[in-house]
Design a protein around this ligand. Structure first.
Ligand code: FE
Length: 195
């Protein structure tokens, strides 16, 4: 197959963009995050889900939820907040909350709760532990996402390969994060698409 020079240079640029990795300094692990958001113009908005009974307003602003002596498998979750036209949104609010590795929420304090804002490139990153199971639920992380001057999207993120995903009625495949293991460190990736 013979490509015209124009065609070839377009393809070359695309391959370069897709292959470029930017490294987020995660303190413990370095997580490669594809420079190009994995989305397409006109993508569906991220599915909304119930916030459940354990949301608390006024979480501290932080990306690091792991505290001294906290048990559980560390995970760094990262990604973009995007418009339906695939445009990254800077300054979008993300408010995460989750159970600890034993499936318990902190309802008196703010353990494993934190909010943050996407950076100038529309990226977020969260350092936490993999949440435990509690009755009726598979592993999940709750989140509220709100663009500047936009509406709040409340949803939950799920982990691939979890047996309870099959029986938890709230589980949705579209809300699965992608996970990779890098020298024992667990990295998760999920891009939010908001209206
Ligand atoms: Fe929950």
């Amino acid at each position: 197959m013979i490509d015209t020079p124009t065609r070839r240079s377009v393809l070359g640029a695309g391959v370069f963009a897709a292959g470029s990795l930017l490294t987020i300094d995660a303190g413990m692990a370095e997580v490669p995050l594809s420079l190009t958001p994995a989305c397409h113009d006109g993508d569906a908005v991220t599915l909304a889900q119930t916030e459940g009974p354990y949301f608390k307003p006024s979480s501290p602003e932080r990306i690091e939820l792991i505290e001294e002596g906290m048990a559980g498998q560390p995970i760094e979750l990262a990604g973009f907040v995007l418009t339906r036209a695939c445009r990254p949104l800077a300054g979008a609010l993300l408010d995460f909350w989750q159970a600890d590795d034993q499936g318990r929420y902190d309802n008196s304090g703010f353990r494993l709760r934190g909010h943050q804002f996407t950076d100038a490139e529309g990226r977020y990153r969260l350092r936490s532990v993999v949440p435990g199971l509690y009755p009726g639920r598979t592993r999940h992380i709750h989140v509220k996402v709100q663009p500047r001057d936009g509406r709040v999207l409340t949803t939950q993120l799920y982990f691939p390969g979890e047996p309870v995903n099959r029986t938890d009625g709230l589980f949705r495949r579209e809300l699965l994060m992608r996970t990779t293991r890098n020298a024992g460190a667990l990295a998760g990736r999920f891009d939010f698409v908001v209206a």
